[in-house]
Ligand binder design. Structure first.
Ligand SMILES: Cc1cc2nc3c(=O)[nH]c(=O)nc-3n(C[C@H](O)[C@H](O)[C@H](O)COP(=O)(O)O)c2cc1C
Length: 186
């Protein structure tokens, strides 16, 4: 089994990006599983603490390390990634020389209430992957536009086209991860 770790850059109860990850957990291929890590409780980054990190950050880093691949669902805040997401990434990349994301395959999806579906945030997120030395999946790109129209009141993704895009993204991430050799082919 290939082990994917997913996290969303929103703490909002009714977050569409959190809901996207829940949908992804249902759509994951049979030979993989998706575990979701909630960023709630991760404190603001403080470099003074990077050699004695808070427990939740240590847990986050351990889960990243043990994952074969990473899946990030990001909102777009002011044409960029939310501070909550950047903050978590900064913690997990430290201290210098102990970046837990190093070498990990990663896929991205985004949901926004706007007409670009978080595209600008995705490209900014991809820029961080360069320094993190991750291996981003290029395609398919999953931008969920007008997200408020695509989920029901319980946060279930009801839009069939979006469900298919997520399924394709997960299949491509699994294939990409196997290609990179992070997982033994069985
Ligand atoms: C501070 C803030 C800035 C935002 N900026 C953008 C933006 O630049 N582009 C966009 O498409 N939506 C923007 N939005 C709207 C978000 O797409 C919308 O709130 C979305 O639901 C956030 O994702 P979530 O549901 O996962 O929390 C912004 C929302 C907030 C709260």
């Amino acid at each position: 089994m290939l082990n994917i770790l997913g996290f969303a850059g929103s703490l909002r109860n009714g977050s569409y990006n959190r809901a996207l990850l829940r949908a992804a957990a249902d759509l994951v291929p049979k030979d993989a599983k998706l575990q979701i890590f909630d960023l709630e409780g991760i404190p603001p980054f403080n470099q003074d603490l990077e050699t004695s990190m808070p427990k939740i950050v240590r847990e986050f880093k351990t889960k990243i390390r043990s994952a074969d691949a990473i899946l990030i669902a990001t909102p777009e805040h002011n044409y960029s990634i939310p501070g909550v997401l950047k903050n978590a990434i900064d913690w997990a990349s430290r201290p210098y020389g102990d970046n837990s994301f190093e070498g990990k395959p990663v896929a991205v999806m985004s949901a926004s209430t706007g007409m670009l579906g978080g595209a600008r945030a995705q490209y900014q997120l991809r820029q961080t992957f360069v320094f993190l030395d991750m291996h981003p999946l290029n395609r398919p790109e999953v931008f969920v536009t007008f997200a408020n129209q695509k989920f029901d009141e319980k946060g279930k993704l009801t839009d069939e086209k979006t469900r298919q895009f997520i399924k394709q993204l997960l299949e491509a991430l699994v294939a990409w991860t196997r290609k990179l050799g992070n997982q033994e082919i069985s």
